[in-house]
Write a protein that binds this ligand. Structure first.
Ligand SMILES: NC(=O)C1=CN([C@@H]2O[C@H](COP(=O)(O)OP(=O)(O)OC[C@H]3O[C@@H](n4cnc5c(N)ncnc54)[C@H](O)[C@@H]3O)[C@@H](O)[C@H]2O)C=CC1
Ligand SMILES: O=C([O-])CC(=O)C(=O)O
Length: 328
């Protein structure tokens, strides 16, 4: 192990996703089996003790790649020198809370975290926002980090992407490895558009192999409402699958997408496909040399256009709300 450890900050470290995520990071699955990591855990003061318990368990794992774990309740310290920032901790929606209240409560979390990233993170910092509403939380954080290049801020739709792959593999009776060019567009919410317009299995078109009624009445709602279905079944929201998707998102970002395929991530729009510039929206993306790039030049059919526009309209509404609240 000659390389200096990569600093990985995880917020909400004592939560359910944190518990599923930290051990996989420590085992080398986030960055690679030859990359040592140093964990920097951020929690609110009331949950620091629980984070300490998790840190004890991390120590007990004797992970060869784990160079240490530090715990903070101050974002300025937690993001100091960080190379990878996983923003998982967020304010969940409580009973009777309106969407605006939720966005406001999360603004109180993601504004100071954006400022702290701006002030102290490493020059090569990469940020993944997992905490919901993920796209708009990422927008808030990004707007308070003006010195950090826009392409370093992303939000997670990889879980939706993986859910789409799993549903298609089941329907077509093929392994997920056969599937290519599936895409999630828009918001990480029920309005998202999981698209198979350009998708292939074993070189054949998926759109031609399944009927439109199945896509509209089964596939799209199953993927888009999967989070709610998990909550209904488990009594708790997705945690291990969300942690797994966060690992996939960062691993791909750093190590690249395979030739002839892409993945999905919410990235800062450059205006591609009519998505207003600056919104953090999910697109089909490739990764190369540590950068995510929006796949360009895809033809968008009428059905896809309507679905993309609907999800992007929701993102515009969320952006306008946080703008009115003075959060961006
Ligand atoms: N983008 C995606 O695909 C998915 C996103 N999520 C979201 O991820 C978030 C976390 O989920 P869970 O781990 O299950 O929640 P959880 O409630 O188990 O844990 C959240 C943790 O965040 C901490 N926290 C709250 N405010 C904080 C702050 N200002 N700084 C640092 N830590 C803070 C809490 O103390 C708690 O320990 C939720 O917002 C959830 O909706 C969950 C699944 C998928
Ligand atoms: O709604 C939630 O908190 C969980 C979530 O985002 C998902 O499972 O996609």
């Amino acid at each position: 192990m000659t390389q200096a450890p990569v600093n990985v900050t995880v917020t909400g470290a004592a939560g359910q996703i944190g518990y599923a995520l930290l051990f996989r990071i420590a085992s080398g699955q986030l960055l690679g089996q030859d990359v040592p990591v140093k964990l920097r855990l951020l929690e609110i003061p009331q949950a620091v003790k629980a984070a300490e318990g998790t840190a004890m368990e991390l120590e007990d794992g004797a992970f060869p790649l784990l160079a240490g774990t530090d715990i903070f309740d101050d974002p300025k310290q937690a993001f100091e020198g960080t190379n990878i920032a996983l923003l998982v901790g967020a304010r969940p929606r409580s009973k009777g809370m309106e969407r605006g209240d939720l966005l406001e409560a999360n603004g109180g979390i993601f504004k100071p975290q954006g400022e702290a990233i701006n002030a102290g993170a490493a020059d090569d910092v990469k940020v993944l926002v997992v905490g919901n509403p993920a796209n708009t939380n990422a927008l808030i954080a990004r707007s308070h980090a003006p010195d950090v290049p826009a392409d370093r801020f992303t939000a997670m739709t990889r879980l939706d992407h993986n859910r789409a792959l799993a549903q298609l593999a089941k329907k077509l009776g093929v392994p997920v490895t056969e599937l290519k060019k599936v895409a999630i567009w828009g918001n990480h919410s029920a309005t998202q558009y999981p698209s198979v317009q350009h998708a292939e299995f074993g070189g054949k078109s998926i759109a031609e192999a399944v009927d439109q009624a199945w896509l509209e009445n089964d596939f799209i709602p199953t993927v888009a409402k999967r989070g709610a279905a998990i909550i209904e079944a488990r009594g708790l929201s997705s945690a291990a699958s969300a942690a797994s998707a966060a690992i996939d998102h960062v691993y791909t970002w750093v190590n690249g997408t395979p030739a002839g395929d892409w993945t999905s991530a919410a990235v800062v729009s450059d205006g591609s496909y009519g998505v207003p510039e600056g919104l953090i929206s999910s697109f089909p993306v490739t990764a190369k040399d540590g950068k995510y790039e929006i796949v360009q030049g895809l033809e968008i059919d009428e059905f896809s256009r309507t679905r993309i526009d609907a999800s992007v309209a929701e993102l515009v509404e969320e952006r306008d709300t946080v703008q009115k609240l003075g959060l961006i």
